[in-house]
Each structure stands twice: as structure tokens, then as C-alpha cells.
Design a protein around this ligand. Structure first.
Ligand code: HEC
Ligand code: HEC
Length: 276
């Protein structure tokens, strides 16, 4: 499938008058070879699933964010089976996704007040932003109450402490930089040049300068870093701040919030498809 796209792209470029301009560097270069996302290697197992001997707070908060995103991928556990008994009848999802924190509380931590106020991810459940700034000890009991039937075999106490650290110190109010009517990054937020500098020196190592080196779409349905940032900026903010669970990917937790927003604003301008 992928080979077909590449040859189609090549012949389109050969025929198009813009080909010369692209070759001269006047337009963004076309994607080179897009690879399917890869499994991480044995040498990366410790980085992806392990714990540093002396963990920096930034590591702990990011690790908690990855558990919030998808705990079984983050922690290398078996997928939960069946629908979460705590998932409300108002919701339209079923199966393992109903066990993800983000499914009930949102990528933007605002639950029913945020992006999931309508649509296929609606649950009517409130967000978690209200616990931001609260001590970890006050948050912990909430994560083991009847709304959260996670056993310690699923998420251990030590791992849940990372989640509580994330909720306490790692949340932001995305209404500051995302337009909630269009679900896009607000015009003018962040420092575009700073975002480009971070992307080209860090993210491009794996995603390529135009963000198209890694494609996690299927068939004609391409999904590059630019596609995600343009369509799901709230989700991508989480990937920037915490990384993708289960993948050997870096995160910007050790950078400031402004850097993360600048990067998000920049990647929302990267190509979204193979032919643009
Ligand atoms: C199946 C849906 C569901 C999932 C999945 C879920 N929660 Fe909740 N959560 C709830 C409900 C329901 C409440 C109670 C909301 C209320 O009080 O109105 C709640 C409340 C909370 C609160 C308290 C919010 C406040 O301001 O009082 C926190 C914090 C929280 N959840 C964190 C998490 C975390 C972390 C995870 C994943 C480990 C998670 N939740 C997964 C349904 C869910
Ligand atoms: C060391 C390699 C590496 C670096 C550096 C890297 N990533 Fe990734 N990224 C990955 C891998 C691997 C995946 C997982 C793809 C998969 O398995 O679906 C991924 C996935 C993603 C996803 C999509 C997750 C999804 O499927 O929803 C986004 C968004 C993303 N990266 C953004 C970034 C940004 C922004 C940076 C720079 C801060 C960055 N990445 C740096 C390797 C990397």
C-alpha cells in the first residue's frame, strides 16, 4: 500500500510544474520514505517502561501523563478485557478504551466541559483540572474510589502516585491556546520560530523535517505528526508534554509550558497529507 503512494507521489511530482521549485528548495520538500511506526528495541525497554534510579519530578509527571493516556501501553501490561463497569450508559464507546483516563476525562482534562462535551467521546463526566495544585495525598484516594475500578495488578500504588503527581503538577488549561469551536490551535499563540527550532533539532530525528517520516495512518488515510496537530491539538499537547505511551519517544516535560505551546503551534502547520 505504502509503496503505491510513494510511486504515485513520485510521478505526480515529475509531471507537476512545481517539481523544479521543490527541487530548488522553494517549497517544502516532499516526504522521503515513510516508515510504519516501529516497536522499540530491547535497549530502549528501560527508557520506555523502566524507572530511573533517582527520578526527576519532570520524569515522574510525564510518566504519570502516559498512564493517564493509556496505562497498559505505558506500563507494558495486558490490555483490560471488556468494557469498564464504571463507564456510564451515556457514553458510546465500548471495550478497552473505556479504561483509559482520557476517555472519561478528556485530553484537555476538562471532561464534559471540554472537547468531549459532545460527540462520540461524550460521557457527561467532569474533568480533572479541579484537582490541579492539590497535594498528591489528597488525590490518591479519588483514584481508587468506585469510579475507578483499577486493581493494583493493573496500576500499582507506586505507578498511581505518578498519575497523582501528573494531576497535581502537570495539567494545563488548554482553553488558553486551543479554539474550542474549531478544535484548532489559536492563531498567534506561542513563538513559531522557537517551535520550529525545537521540532527541527529534536522531533525531526524520528518524524523527519516535514513530519512525514512516520505514518501511523492506514492505506490512503495518512496520519503524520502534522495531521494530528491540525486535527487533535489537545491530544498532541499530551504527546509533546508526556510522549506516546509504549513508544521510544522523547517528551518536553523538562522544557517550559511556553515551549510546548510554541512547538504545538509549529507542528500544526506541517503537511497533513502525502500530496501537500
Ligand atoms: C469510566 C469513566 C472513568 C474513567 C476511565 C476514569 N474516571 Fe476519573 N472519574 C470518573 C467519575 C464518574 C468521577 C466522579 C466525577 C464527579 O464527581 O462528578 C471521576 C473523578 C475523578 C477525579 C476527581 C475529580 C474532581 O475534581 O473531584 C479524578 C482526579 C479522576 N477521576 C482521575 C482519573 C484518573 C487518573 C483516571 C485513570 C487512571 C480516571 N480518572 C479514569 C470516571 C472515570
Ligand atoms: C526517538 C524517536 C522519536 C522522537 C525524537 C520523537 N518521536 Fe514522536 N513518536 C515516536 C514513536 C516511535 C511514536 C509512536 C508511533 C506509534 O507507535 O504509533 C511517536 C508518536 C508520536 C505522535 C502520535 C501519537 C499517536 O499515535 O497519537 C505524536 C503526535 C508525536 N510522536 C509527536 C512528536 C513530537 C512533537 C516530537 C518532538 C518533541 C516527537 N514526537 C519526537 C518517536 C519519536
Amino acid at each position: 500500500m505504502r509503496r503505491t503512494h510513494r510511486s504515485r507521489l513520485r510521478s505526480a511530482l515529475a509531471a507537476a510544474p512545481v517539481a523544479a521549485a521543490i527541487a530548488a528548495g522553494a517549497l517544502p520538500a516532499a516526504a522521503q520514505v515513510a516508515v510504519a511506526p516501529q516497536e522499540h528495541g530491547p535497549h530502549q525497554q528501560d527508557f520506555v517502561h523502566g524507572v530511573p534510579q533517582v527520578a526527576a519530578p519532570e520524569w515522574t509527571i510525564g510518566a504519570g501523563g502516559r498512564i493517564y493516556d493509556n496505562w497498559w501501553e505505558a506500563l507494558d501490561r495486558d490490555e483490560p478485557e471488556g468494557t469498564n463497569p464504571a463507564y456510564p450508559a451515556a457514553g458510546r464507546q465500548e471495550g478497552e478504551v473505556t479504561w483509559r483516563c482520557k476517555e472519561c476525562h478528556g485530553w484537555d482534562y476538562l471532561g464534559a466541559e471540554g472537547i468531549y462535551r459532545a460527540g462520540s467521546h461524550f460521557t457527561g463526566i467532569k474533568g480533572v483540572l479541579g484537582v490541579a495544585g492539590q497535594p498528591v495525598e489528597a488525590i490518591m484516594p479519588l483514584l481508587r474510589d468506585a469510579n475507578h475500578p483499577y486493581t493494583t495488578a493493573m496500576i500499582s500504588e507506586e505507578e498511581m502516585l505518578r498519575v497523582a503527581a501528573f494531576l497535581s503538577a502537570g495539567l494545563v488549561d488548554m482553553r488558553a491556546f486551543i479554539d474550542y469551536d474549531t478544535r484548532t490551535v489559536k492563531a498567534g499563540v506561542g513563538d513559531f520560530d522557537r517551535g520550529r527550532a525545537i521540532f527541527q533539532t529534536i522531533c525531526a530525528a524520528c518524524h523527519g523535517f516535514d513530519g512525514r517520516a512516520m505514518d501511523w495512518g492506514e492505506g490512503d488515510d495518512h496520519n503524520f505528526v502534522g495531521t494530528e496537530a491540525a486535527e487533535l491539538p489537545d491530544e498532541v499537547y499530551n504527546k509533546i508534554a508526556n510522549a506516546h505511551p509504549g513508544a521510544a519517544m522523547v517528551n518536553l516535560r523538562a522544557f517550559g509550558h511556553d515551549d510546548r505551546v510554541s512547538l504545538l503551534a509549529y507542528i500544526a502547520t506541517l503537511p497533513v497529507g502525502m500530496d501537500d
